[in-house]
Design a protein around this ligand. Structure first.
Ligand code: KG4
Ligand code: ZN
Length: 346
């Protein structure tokens, strides 16, 4: 079995080939990050245009690296949402055309469901790990924060981002500190050599008892701290020391604390046996280490995605598509439309 996955929901153009055991045969990711960096974030029109230009070459490279051809593909899987609508349409239209021309089934996939199952994939060519249900999934990325319970037959939402997504605040705070885009990796490295205890920020929470995530208050607090200290203009990562480094470390610590706070709250309400962390922000060293330790101390199995699979990639889309296809069978894919909004479990 050969599954061809396609992902174009944001600023990565990606194509991947998996076999029927969820083994990654190829996973080509062409990042437009550098293109968008000068604007401090992703520009939708530029993203769509580059997907259109890059996708044919990315597809060819992915098939070649997997030692296969379009004629050998048995199933297509493509991200149909959530994401930038113009960007999604490029991948979806290409996938529809290939599936129609080849007469093979096409599974439209939720980008978030792709992330959700990514911790079970191996970046080193091993088959996918066995998935035991139920498990709790925490997806943290540039556009989303979702905490769900994943059962055999359903995904049950528990909490989601009530305002800004975690990756978004990493990016905005880093940009305001003059550190460029994307902000997550830079803040991660600076925090590792700074003192997070010097500026303790409170854990964000809504007042109505909801478990939804809230990070925009933290972002505003950081901006106020920067203003009070006259921190402005661009700077290089290596130059960041002292107060600014410690502020960024405190900021990151507060995000980690909030994620753990929500996991603890869920643990008080229901059985939590397994937690799978995913999304671009799951690359963060402190988040990985803290949640792994949290699980270890409580006898909870924590699944972390391989770092190479935390960012957007088509392997996770192919895997989620394969799972759905096996459960639900072929569908009328020509009628499927791209959706900019698509929360997990809907
Ligand atoms: O999942 P992803 O690649 O794209 C979306 O679907 O949004 O996530 C990208 C986000 C960006 O906001 C980026 O700053 C963040 O993931 N990110 C990180 C780290 N690496 C990437 N955030 C914190 N720490 C990191 N090491
Ligand atoms: Zn993503």
């Amino acid at each position: 079995m050969r599954v061809l996955g396609i992902e174009t929901s944001c600023d990565e153009t990606s194509a991947a080939v998996l076999d029927g055991d969820g083994r990654i045969l190829s996973n080509v990711v062409s990042s437009q990050m550098a293109m968008h960096a000068r604007y401090g974030g992703v520009v939708p029109e530029i993203a769509s245009r580059h997907h259109l230009e890059n996708l044919p070459a990315v597809l060819e490279e992915s098939l070649g690296a997997a030692g296969t051809t379009l004629e050998e593909v048995d199933l297509l899987a493509v991200t149909a949402g959530p994401g930038l609508i113009g960007a999604l349409l490029v991948g979806l239209s290409a996938a529809k055309a290939i599936a129609f021309a080849r007469g093979v089934p096409l599974e439209p996939v939720s980008h978030l469901e792709g992330h959700l199952y990514s911790p079970f994939l191996s970046a080193k060519g091993a088959p996918a790990a066995a998935i035991v249900h139920p498990f709790h999934g925490l997806v943290v990325s540039g556009g989303h924060a979702e905490l769900v319970r994943v059962e055999e037959e359903a995904i049950v939402p528990i909490a989601r981002a009530g305002d800004d997504a975690p990756g978004e605040v990493f990016d905005k705070v880093a940009r305001r500190a003059g550190l460029g885009y994307p902000g997550g990796p830079v803040v991660d490295r600076i925090a590792a050599r700074a003192n997070a205890r010097r500026f303790p920020f409170k854990v964000g929470r809504f007042n109505d008892g909801s478990l939804d995530f809230t990070f925009s208050g933290l972002k505003s607090q950081l901006v106020r701290e920067f203003e009070a200290r006259g921190i402005e203009g661009d700077r290089r990562e290596e130059e960041v020391t002292g107060e600014l480094a410690d502020l960024l470390a405190g900021f990151q610590r507060s995000i980690v604390d909030q994620l753990v706070d929500r996991l603890e709250a869920v643990r008080r309400r229901e059985d939590v046996e397994r937690v799978a962390l995913s999304g671009g922000v799951a690359a963060n060293s402190e988040i990985r280490a803290t949640i792994a330790k949290w699980g270890e101390e409580r006898g909870i199995e924590v699944f972390l995605p391989d770092r190479a699979l935390t960012g957007d990639n088509a392997a996770m889309i192919a895997f989620a598509g394969l799972r759905r296809f096996r459960r639900e069978g072929p569908r009328d894919f020509l009628a499927v439309n791209a959706r900019s909004r698509w929360p997990l479990g809907t």
